[in-house]
Each structure stands twice: as C-alpha cells, then as structure tokens.
Ligand binder design. Structure first.
Ligand SMILES: [Zn+2]
Length: 141
C-alpha cells in the first residue's frame, strides 16, 4: 500500500483536532522522543470516526502525554518523566503490554518504545514483540 504524504500546506493547516493544546504546546521542532519522527512525519491519512455513519478520511497526528502508570498521575515520578509521544508509539506501548501480558501499571519509557518499533513516516509502526519482551525482562521488575 502506498503511503499518502501530506503537502506542506496540509501540515501547516493542521489544527490538532482533539489534541489541539498539546499540538501547539510542543512547538514546531518537536520530534517524537520514541520513534524520532517529526511532527510532519507523524501525520497519517486515516479514517475518522470509522464506526459511525459520518466516517470520513482526514489527516491525524494525535500526540499523547505518556507517563509511567506505576506512578501517581501527573506526578513525574516513576521510571521516566511525563513526555509527549506520538499516537503510534503510544498504541505500540499498549499493544506490547497486552500481547506480552505485562502488568497493567507497567509502562515502557519513550526510549524503550523506540527500541521495539519500526517507524515509517506517515505510516503505522511495526512492533518487534520479541524485542519488547527482551527489554521488559532486562528491567527485572
Ligand atoms: Zn513516536
């Protein structure tokens, strides 16, 4: 499947949808600390509201505040401070935890996620579950 690439104009006009504040807050030079993709590269052509009758296609580039789920919310305690990461890295963290049946309150750090995902500009990540397991095992938690 050929990956659709946004024009510069589409990038500049992206308003950040439901992640508007974070999109603005991180600034133009932000790169995902996990997969090292730029804000522009994080943009992906996707079906919006796929389960509704009003579904349509558009650009999305959701950012997430990733934090250590074993620490109190918004506390910056835990193995790493709260960090903005891209949607694909955030969902890869969740997918790896589910597949490997890791504790619910465990979170991979942004750097650890970067070690087990294969990122493509404007595309979806491929997850190396064996690598994710090796990283988790090496933590001795
Ligand atoms: Zn990322």
């Amino acid at each position: 499947m050929k990956i659709k690439v946004p024009t510069l104009e589409e990038f500049l006009s992206h308003d950040g949808l439901h992640y508007k504040n974070l999109w603005r807050e991180v600034g133009d030079s932000w790169i995902c600390p996990s997969c090292k993709r730029s804000k522009y590269e994080v943009m992906r052509w996707a079906k919006r509201f796929p389960n509704s009758s009003n579904a349509f296609w558009g650009w999305v580039a959701p950012l997430h505040r990733h934090h250590d789920h074993s620490a109190p919310y918004m506390s910056n305690q835990g193995r790493f401070p709260m960090t903005a990461i891209c949607d694909q890295c955030n969902s890869s963290d969740g997918a790896a935890k589910r597949k490997l049946r890791l504790p619910k309150d465990f979170s991979f750090s942004p750097q650890e996620i970067g070690c087990f995902v294969n990122a493509t500009p404007h595309g979806k990540h491929e997850i190396d579950y064996e690598m994710a397991k090796a990283i988790y095992d090496s933590l001795h938690i």
